[in-house]
Design a protein around this ligand. Structure first.
Ligand code: F1P
Length: 292
């Protein structure tokens, strides 16, 4: 069994721990009304995007998500939050070093003793969700559980939903798909991007992701009978029929979109297995990107 499979299966327990952590009201998280930037790379960026949409929708204040490498240092924020499992990603360290002391800063990481701690006011440790696999699964979803709880959402049913996601069937005939597209709206756009990244990283498969309404504006042209189109959350009006008309298989959201991501993680690992790939060691990837 791969580390990734084991880590995916441990998510119900990790999400319970994340909810418990949220109940302790850890210091450093954004306060209502603050203007906030959240930065990350790869998976961590997609969680930043997901959280930003959730926070704005909750009416808690302007929230921007930036790739750490593209952070606009000239903009004023009340707080900058870095998401980094490893706490060692170069772009994260450079950006946090640039803003440290000028605004409130927080790092959320699985590795609280790593260099990121030298560039922030507060560190929130999700060490219980750290991972052996290069491919991230339980760290981002545990982080999201923490952040959703902090925004006031009831996360108590999420672990049970993750348990269902671990046993529910995956889309049929995986070997027959040549191309995968993940769609979302609002906060689920980041989840769709993360599902596509998992599919690329673990299985080296052709995977794309878009906001649902954008999919009509060109990308749908690649859909055919060998495509799987997976909707995170509710589909925009008419889109299901338009996708089916291409011959593609449409996978609807059956669970809370965060739990739906667990199903997509499982699919990525199963695809990797079908392709005789090691999902723990994706080609050309390492646990974090450290530039010299
Ligand atoms: C993020 C990252 C991802 C990549 C891979 C390994 O690192 O490099 O960009 O997709 O999953 O981790 P981190 O800053 O969250 O440690």
């Amino acid at each position: 069994m791969s580390h990734a499979s084991w880590e995916i299966a441990s998510q119900p327990d990790c999400w319970r721990q994340a909810a418990d952590l949220a109940a302790t009201r850890p210091t450093g998280l954004p306060q209502p009304g603050e203007r906030v930037a959240v930065i990350g790379c790869g998976t961590s960026l997609f969680m930043a995007q997901t959280y930003a949409a959730l926070r704005e929708t909750a009416g808690q204040g302007d929230t921007d998500a930036w790739p750490a490498s593209e952070f606009p240092t000239g903009r004023r924020y009340d707080r900058v939050v870095a998401i980094s499992r490893s706490g060692t990603t170069t772009e994260i360290l450079r950006t946090m070093a640039a803003v440290y002391g000028k605004t409130a800063t927080l790092a959320i990481t699985a590795a609280p003793t790593t260099p990121v701690r030298d560039h922030v006011d507060h560190v929130i440790a999700l060490d219980f969700a750290d991972e052996q696999s290069v491919v991230q699964t339980r760290f981002p979803t545990s982080l999201l559980t923490l952040l959703r709880a902090h925004l006031g959402q009831d996360v108590s049913t999420l672990p049970a939903q993750a348990e269902r996601a671990l046993v529910m069937p995956l889309p049929g005939d995986l070997a027959g798909f040549r191309q995968f597209t993940f769609l979302g709206t609002g906060w689920t756009v980041g989840l769709a991007h993360e599902a596509a990244l998992k599919t690329r990283e673990a299985a080296q498969a052709w995977a794309e992701s878009y906001p649902g309404m954008e999919y009509r504006h060109g990308p749908i042209a690649i859909a055919d009978v060998a495509s799987l189109v997976w909707m995170f959350g509710d589909a925009p009006d008419g889109l299901v029929d338009e996708v089916r008309a291409t011959g593609a298989e449409l996978e609807p959201s059956l669970l809370d979109p965060q739990a739906e991501l667990v199903r997509a993680q499982r699919m990525a690992i199963e695809l990797a297995t079908l392709r005789h790939l090691d999902p723990d060691q994706p080609r050309a990837l390492t646990r974090s990107v450290i530039l010299t």
